[in-house]
Design a protein around this ligand. Structure first.
Ligand code: P70
Length: 458
């Protein structure tokens, strides 16, 4: 059961199919353009959508809004130092700013940045600095039916190959994303983090964690890895962080807050450069684009997220959601990850070829059928035309992510989503693909407009 009581409630939207059809057309078949007031169950993201605790709301009232040296900053600094072992704690208003700071201060044109799998903003920030983002996850990370326990692991042989190709000078850092969002929210094992860290040390390359979902990753380790079984979540998380030189963090995930992030490191010189850049684009070093009250909520959220009863419910709710989908015959990525269930659109809609955006078509169909909003993680997000030839390259996976906000929905809400998926499965032949009408070059999925090629969505 939920290890909390519900103190505040918010009504959810009830809409008609006609309203949803109109909203979809108006939105250019892009769910980012649909007003939240027309969404019944919003599984677009687990980012910034958590319900805060009464303790966090009380902390909000203790916000010290001093420009410099807010006491909430020192609280956050202490919590992050203890958790991560990193000395320098630089707040940002969300994760991608931490990425922006990190890559603008480390990446030169032509540099390669390996990661297990870069999330979209991470990749975009590397590319914005004219670097090349290279995904080096183990092969099973791309196999949606392989039930290996740590499918987020880095493939060290792929790091070796990249190093042999470009050398130390072209590899300013290595990133490791825990859990691996773009690969299905799959965890990285402590042994793999250790091997990645040893590789980095051996080659003199810094290792940074993309730590958005570090607590969920630690919970998986505790469950699946005998080495971690007897240890607390905090001990496991600290063991990970201690293997690296720093981390970027979107606190909108495992920080259990609606806004916030940070970058932390042990590298004094880098911290200085990051701070200088922070002052240019975000704000002074003790608030970084946030209010004092936000810093307090993050400090408290980072403590709460380490509670094993919370994590057992959190990860368990997502797992049960996946199990019920699976029982209904819905093809999903296995094993179920920590923050989301990923529908496998290739198997759900085998009749739609990748250039017709099967995962985006499924995302639209979920909304039309039941007011459920997920997000496409497939060709719309990661496919792109070659600058010279115009020929498209496509990602390996065509997924629809149903991300579960923390402490927000009950299992009954998720049962509705299972019903909607089952109904669509029964009429899947009527779902047709989409074509692009308008597309930006950077992070195109946020603003793209599409049109249906017929069938259910037309
Ligand atoms: C998500 C959001 C954010 C993220 C992440 C990893 C592993 C960095 C960031 C950036 C983004 C999103 C995607 C689709 C719909 C809405 C939002 N992930 N690294 O949901 O952090 O957003 O704070 O700048 O997952 O996965 P930030």
């Amino acid at each position: 059961m939920e290890p909390f009581k519900i103190k505040v409630v918010e009504p959810i939207a009830v809409t008609t199919r006609e309203q949803r059809a109109a909203a979809l057309a108006e939105a250019g078949f892009n769910l980012f353009n649909v007003p939240a007031a027309l969404v019944t169950i919003d599984l677009l993201t687990d980012s910034g959508t958590s319900a805060m605790s009464d303790r966090q709301w009380a902390g909000i009232m203790l916000g010290d809004e001093s420009y410099a040296g807010s006491r909430n900053y020192f609280h956050l600094e202490g919590v992050v130092r203890r958790l991560t072992t990193y000395r320098h704690v630089i707040p940002t208003h969300q994760g991608r700013v931490a990425e922006n700071l990190l890559f603008t201060t480390t990446v030169k044109p032509g540099d390669r940045v390996p990661n297990n799998i870069h999330f979209d903003t991470t990749r975009a920030n590397v590319e914005h600095n004219l670097g090349v983002a290279v995904d080096c996850v183990v092969d099973e990370g791309y196999d949606p039916v392989n039930e290996a326990p740590f499918k987020g692991n880095m493939d060290i042989a792929k790091l070796d190959r990249l190093f042999a190709e470009v050398g130390r000078e072209r590899m300013p850092l290595v990133m490791l994303t825990v859990t691996n969002n773009s690969g299905g929210g799959q965890p990285v094992s402590l042994a793999n983090a250790r091997a990645t860290s040893a590789w980095c040390r051996q080659h003199g390359i810094p290792l940074f964690f993309d730590a958005c979902r570090f607590a969920e990753n630690a919970y998986f380790c505790k469950q699946r890895d005998p080495e971690c079984a007897g240890r607390s979540i905090e001990e496991i998380a600290r063991a990970f962080f201690a293997l690296g030189d720093g981390c970027t963090m979107s606190a909108k995930k495992d920080g259990l807050v609606n806004i916030g992030g940070f970058i932390a490191t042990n590298d004094d010189g880098l911290a200085q450069r990051l701070s200088n850049m922070l002052i240019l684009i975000e704000g002074f070093t003790t608030y970084g684009g946030l209010a004092g009250r936000d810093l307090e909520a993050i400090a408290l959220g980072l403590e709460e997220v380490l509670d094993e009863r919370y994590l057992e419910h959190r990860v368990g709710q997502v797992r049960r959601f996946g199990e019920r989908l699976r029982a209904a015959g819905v093809p999903i990525v296995l094993p179920v990850g920590g923050h989301a269930v990923f529908l496998d659109a290739r198997r759900f809609l085998p009749h739609i070829p990748q250039p017709e955006f099967p995962a985006q078509a499924l995302t639209c169909a979920l909304y039309l059928e039941g007011g459920v909003r997920g997000v496409e993680i497939g060709g719309l997000m990661f496919g792109k035309p070659d600058e010279g030839t115009g020929e498209w390259s496509w990602p390996e996976l065509e997924l629809v992510r149903l991300a579960v906000p923390r402490r927000v929905y009950t299992d009954a809400h998720l049962d509705h989503v299972v019903d909607v998926c089952a109904r669509l499965l029964a009429c899947r032949a009527t779902i047709r693909g989409l074509r692009i009408v308008q597309r930006a070059d950077v992070l195109p999925h946020f603003t793209a407009r599409l049109a249906p090629l017929g069938g259910l969505l037309a």
